[in-house]
Design a protein around this ligand. Structure first.
Ligand SMILES: [Fe+2]
Length: 416
C-alpha cells in the first residue's frame, strides 16, 4: 500500500511537472528524477529520437558518470523493434528489441550497467527511449514496477512530443512571418512602380504621386493614426491618381488650360481609379475610396459625387489636402508655384469649404514643427526644396492660422 501511494504521488507529480513547466530541459530532468526516485533506481537517462539523424540524443542523465556520447545511432531494424515493443519496459536478456539495441551499443550499455529500456512511443511514433539501471536494493524489477515505469514513460513521451509540435508551430509561424514580410515588400514595390507609371504619363507632375503619398503619411501621423493606418494612407497617396492611366495623354500634358470637354474627361480619373483599385485586395482599408473621393470638397462642390462634410472619408480628405498642397507648391505648365505665404492664405480661405479644418491643422502643425526645429526629420522642407521656405516670415502666419482654426472662429462649410 505504501509503495502504491508513493507511486501514485510520483505519477501525479510528473503529470503536474509536464503540464506546468515552460522549460523543456528542466521538465525532462525533473521527470527523470521522479522516475528514478519512485523505484529507487540508481542510474538512468532520457533520450529523444531524432528520425532525421536516426539517432537517440541525450536529454538528461543521472548517475551514469563520465562523458556521454552526443548520440546513440540506431539502425532501422532497432527502430522497428522498439516501435513493435511499444510502451513496455524491455529487459536486456529476454526482449528481442533489447537485443537488437544492445548488439550495437553493447559496450556502452554494459559500461553504464543499464538493465531496462523503455521505448517512448506516442501515436505510433518513436519519440525517445529511457535507459534505466538496476534498483538500489538489487532486487529485480517486478511486473508492477514495469507498469509504473510505462505509465511514467507515457507522460514523458507526450511531453517530448508536445514540445516538438510547439517547435514545429513556432517554426511555421516564423516562416509565415517571413512570407508575409516578403509579400508586403512586393506590394510596396508594386505600389511605387505604379506611382512612377502614373507620374511618367503626366510629364508636368513628375514625382507628384510620391510626394502626395509622403505628405499624406506626415499628416496622418500628426493626427495620431496608427502605424498601419499611416502605411495605408501613404499607399492611397501614391495611388490616388491611378485613374489618370485611362485619361488621354494629350489632356494630361496640355501646355495650356484645358477646355470644358477635356476637363470632364480628366475628371473621370477618380472614378476610374476606384474601378482599378477596388478589385485588388489591399492590406489596408479603403484605399480605393480614398482614390475615388480625393477631389471631393467639404461644401459639396467637388467631384465625382459632390459629397459633403462627414460623407467624405477622412482618408480622402487627407489625400485631397496633400494633393492640393503639392499642386500649389510645384510648378505646372500653365502656372508657377505659389509662395508659401500664399499657400497659407489659400488654406485660410478654403478651410471649411474645400479642406477639412482638422486635416489642415495637422499639416500646419507638422510644418511648423519642422520650421521650429522641434523634430529631427525635415521631410516637408526637403520635399519643398531649398530656399522655398522663408522661416521668419512663415512661422507666425502658420501659428496664427492654427490658432484661428483651433478656436473654431473659422467659417465652416455650413456657414459658408
Ligand atoms: Fe487627382
Amino acid at each position: 500500500m505504501q509503495k502504491l501511494l508513493h507511486t501514485f504521488a510520483a505519477l501525479a507529480d510528473l503529470g503536474q511537472e509536464i503540464a506546468d513547466t515552460g522549460d523543456f530541459q528542466e521538465m525532462v530532468r525533473t521527470s527523470l528524477h521522479l522516475v528514478l526516485g519512485s523505484l529507487a533506481i540508481m542510474r538512468g537517462a532520457v533520450t529523444e529520437y531524432d528520425s532525421d539523424a536516426r539517432a537517440l540524443r541525450f536529454l538528461a542523465a543521472r548517475g551514469l558518470g563520465g562523458e556521454l556520447p552526443e548520440y546513440l545511432t540506431l539502425d532501422s531494424e532497432t527502430v522497428d523493434g522498439l516501435l513493435h515493443a511499444g510502451l513496455s519496459a524491455l529487459t536486456f536478456e529476454s526482449e528481442e528489441a533489447g537485443h537488437v539495441m544492445l548488439a550495437r551499443h553493447r559496450k556502452f550499455l554494459a559500461a553504464h550497467r543499464i538493465e531496462l529500456l523503455l521505448p517512448l512511443v506516442v501515436r505510433g511514433r518513436l519519440v525517445g527511449l529511457i535507459l534505466l539501471g538496476d534498483k538500489a536494493s538489487g532486487e529485480a524489477f517486478t511486473a508492477e514496477d514495469r507498469d509504473v515505469l510505462c505509465a511514467m514513460g507515457r507522460h514523458i513521451g507526450v511531453g517530448i512530443q508536445e514540445r516538438r509540435l510547439l517547435e514545429e508551430l513556432e517554426h511555421r509561424a516564423i516562416e509565415n512571418r517571413h512570407l508575409y514580410e516578403d509579400l508586403r515588400a512586393i506590394y510596396q514595390d508594386t505600389v511605387r512602380a505604379f506611382a512612377a507609371a502614373i507620374d511618367c504619363k503626366d510629364k508636368y507632375t513628375q514625382g507628384h504621386s510620391e510626394r502626395v503619398g509622403k505628405y499624406s503619411e506626415i499628416i496622418a501621423r500628426e493626427m495620431g493614426w496608427s502605424d498601419e493606418e499611416v502605411e495605408g494612407i501613404a499607399v492611397a497617396g501614391y495611388l490616388h491618381d491611378i485613374g489618370k492611366l485611362v485619361v488621354e495623354r494629350d489632356i494630361l500634358n496640355a501646355p495650356y488650360r484645358i477646355d470644358a470637354k477635356q476637363s470632364s474627361e480628366l475628371n473621370r480619373h477618380p472614378a476610374a481609379g476606384y474601378e482599378i483599385l477596388s478589385p485588388i485586395h489591399h492590406p489596408y482599408a479603403d484605399i480605393s475610396l480614398m482614390a475615388r473621393y480625393h477631389h471631393e470638397r467639404l461644401d459639396g462642390r467637388g467631384y465625382p459625387e459632390g459629397l459633403t462634410g462627414d460623407q467624405i472619408p477622412l482618408g480622402a480628405k487627407i489625400v485631397a489636402l496633400a494633393d492640393s498642397f503639392d499642386a500649389m507648391t510645384t510648378d505646372r505648365p500653365y502656372k508657377r508655384r505659389r509662395s508659401l505665404d500664399e499657400v497659407v492664405e489659400d488654406f485660410r480661405r478654403n478651410t471649411g469649404k474645400q479642406f477639412d479644418p482638422e486635416v489642415v491643422i495637422a499639416l500646419c502643425r507638422a510644418l511648423l514643427k519642422e520650421i521650429n526645429g522641434e523634430t529631427g526629420d525635415r521631410r516637408i522642407l526637403r520635399l519643398l526644396g531649398k530656399g522655398y521656405v522663408d522661416k521668419e516670415l512663415i512661422a507666425p502666419l502658420i501659428s496664427e492660422l492654427i490658432t484661428e482654426l483651433e478656436s473654431g472662429t473659422h467659417m465652416t462649410a455650413a456657414q459658408a
